[in-house]
Design a protein around this ligand. Structure first.
Ligand code: DGL
Length: 267
């Protein structure tokens, strides 16, 4: 038994889609979330910068006495996971790419898949490597969709601008006949309704969040680290105040939370 909270972080609101799945899969676990709203987007930054920002956040989360951390951000997972595990050997750290890779392989029937993510995630080729290792004869279409992050942060989750943006970004992979698309950025599930209308019902959209939460559950069970007792405390921190964080948080998690501002540069 371990009653300490689970820490999660992202560049902004995107990681809340992972918090939502953790709340479903591990309803009694306390969570602490950090959204780096002052420094979003991460997707256009270098690997070194993403690693530096992520390390600061992990240091901050460790001051909150977390028992494990989920990098609820594909950009940080794909660019910085190995470095972060090396820098912080004493805390279990989970990333979202492996769960996305496994769910993608399970979902595809025709072995034509699309990966959408930030520029940094696509540049890292982490999804391609993971998928090809398990299924070498697969055709992968990768597409960076940086504007999706701004649309999600802005709360433009389903309007004409978002639809047209999705049509342009996804055209090539849809023309290529993909039957599965990995939402390889935690902001993208916020646009899922809009994206699914563009791709049509025959294309499966994979969100790695649920499978990541399941991995955390298995880990805590196997180490006897689940929290004892019912009910969970949820705390949210941001590096700058944004109205859309509170609005999206409420829309997604169906409850009002007030995020506390933290000077992350201190860590
Ligand atoms: N939500 C993040 C991801 O999963 C980062 C988006 C960004 O800040 O560019 O990649």
């Amino acid at each position: 038994m371990d009653n300490r909270p689970i820490g999660l972080f992202d560049s902004g609101v995107g990681g809340l889609t992972v918090v939502k799945q953790v709340m479903k899969v591990l309803p009694n676990e306390d969570t602490i979330y950090f959204g780096d709203t002052a420094r979003v987007p991460y997707g256009s930054k270098t690997r070194e910068t993403v690693t530096k920002f992520s390390a600061q956040i992990i240091r901050f989360l460790m001051t909150k006495n977390v028992k494990a951390i989920i990098i609820a951000c594909n950009t940080a997972s794909s660019n910085s996971y190995d470095d972060l595990v090396r820098i912080f050997p004493d805390i279990p750290i989970f990333e979202v790419i492996t769960a996305g890779v496994e769910s993608c392989i399970e979902a595809t029937k025709n072995r034509r898949v699309g990966i959408i993510g930030t520029q940094a995630t696509v540049r890292s080729a982490a999804y391609e490597r993971g998928i090809k290792q398990r299924m070498p004869d697969i055709r992968i279409y990768s597409q960076a969709c940086p504007l999706f992050v701004n649309l999600a942060e802005e709360g433009w989750t389903d309007n004409d601008v978002t639809r047209m943006t999705a049509e342009i970004y996804l055209k090539e992979m849809l023309d290529g006949g993909v039957d599965t698309i990995v939402l390889g950025c935690t902001h993208y599930p916020l646009l899922k309704h809009c994206i699914s209308r563009v791709v049509g019902e025959k294309v499966t959209l994979v969100d790695p969040a649920k499978a990541t939460a399941m991995k955390m559950k298995k880990f805590l069970e196997s180490r006897d680290m689940l929290k004892e007792g019912e009910g969970a405390e949820r705390r949210f921190y941001v590096s700058d105040h944004t109205q859309s964080f509170d609005i999206l948080c409420e829309r997604l998690l169906k409850q009002h939370y007030t995020a506390e501002i933290t000077d992350i540069e201190k860590y």
